[in-house]
Design a protein around this ligand. Structure first.
Ligand code: ADP
Ligand code: MG
Length: 248
């Protein structure tokens, strides 16, 4: 694996909902280019952690830094989304009435308005960018298909492509294989592995078979902080982790 030093730091992050600490002194460091799996029982704080990283929620306390110098707590959500952190929610949200290539064009970094996109001719640079993404997500031959006619797995890949079009340094992916066939899962594992290296990929996932396919380092969240971190086998054999999962 390629490692280029830390790209994301969360330090002592706490966030309460009506006095209940969804995040409670959370510390997390991600190396640039790594593929990290985040697991943990329901309610552990995984989604809230992603809300904090993407600027959707601001914590009560703590630090969130992108690299050495960018304080994510000082940036609004839309600026974090532009080139820093892309987030894929569980359910795919593509423009069903548009074809695959138009879906990608609409999300290309710093693009014209949707109306201009649909009326104007693509530039050569845009075509090249779109082709590269189509190739990455395995949908080159589906470029003219309406997104609404894609399979569930293909929609998920398209949405990952739409995030790539915004060129994020960190890609957060929430339960990417929920509802996928075995074959789609295998292709998704390959895709996420191939995306890491050039950028940092964080996968929140319940499916342990899938985690086994892709995991380098696994972080286990529990009650808003890190319970264990390490290789999948190390965290699976950690008595505190076993206890938490048995108690679920
Ligand atoms: P996970 O994604 O790991 O299942 P969440 O981050 O969604 O966990 O939730 C962590 C805890 O915070 C849970 O106990 C959840 O009920 C609580 N929580 C999350 N969002 C809200 C909210 N908007 N209002 C109140 N409590 C919330
Ligand atoms: Mg969640």
């Amino acid at each position: 694996d390629v490692s280029h030093g830390p790209i994301l730091y969360l330090e002592d992050v706490t966030l309460s909902f009506d006095g209940f600490k969804a995040l409670n002194g959370l510390n997390l460091t991600l190396d640039d280019g790594e593929l990290r799996c985040i697991i943990g029982p329901n309610g552990a704080g995984k989604s809230t952690m992603m809300d904090v990283i993407t600027g959707r929620r601001k914590p009560d306390k703590g630090q969130v830094f992108f690299g050495q110098n960018i304080n994510l707590l000082e940036l609004p959500e839309h600026e974090i989304a532009r080139g820093l952190v892309g987030r894929k929610f569980q359910r795919p949200t593509v423009f069903e009435q548009l074809d695959v290539a138009d879906n990608l064009e609409l999300t290309l970094a710093g693009k014209r308005s949707p109306w201009a996109v649909l009326r104007a001719k693509r530039t050569a640079a845009e075509r090249e960018q779109i082709d590269e993404i189509l190739d990455t997500i395995g949908l080159l031959t589906h470029r003219h298909k309406l997104a609404g006619t894609l399979s569930h797995g293909q929609k998920q890949w398209l949405e990952i492509g739409m995030l790539l079009a915004q060129n994020p340094r960190i890609l957060l992916v929430d339960e990417p294989v929920a509802g996928m066939t075995g074959e789609e899962m295998a292709r998704t594992a390959e895709l996420l592995v191939s995306l890491a290296g050039k950028r940092t990929v964080v996968v929140v996932e319940h499916d342990m078979a899938f985690v086994r396919k892709i995991a380098r380092t696994v972080t286990v969240l529990h009650q808003g902080s890190v319970l264990a971190e390490g290789s999948l086998s190390a965290v699976q054999n950690n008595p505190r982790v076993i206890e938490v999962y048995l108690g679920e």
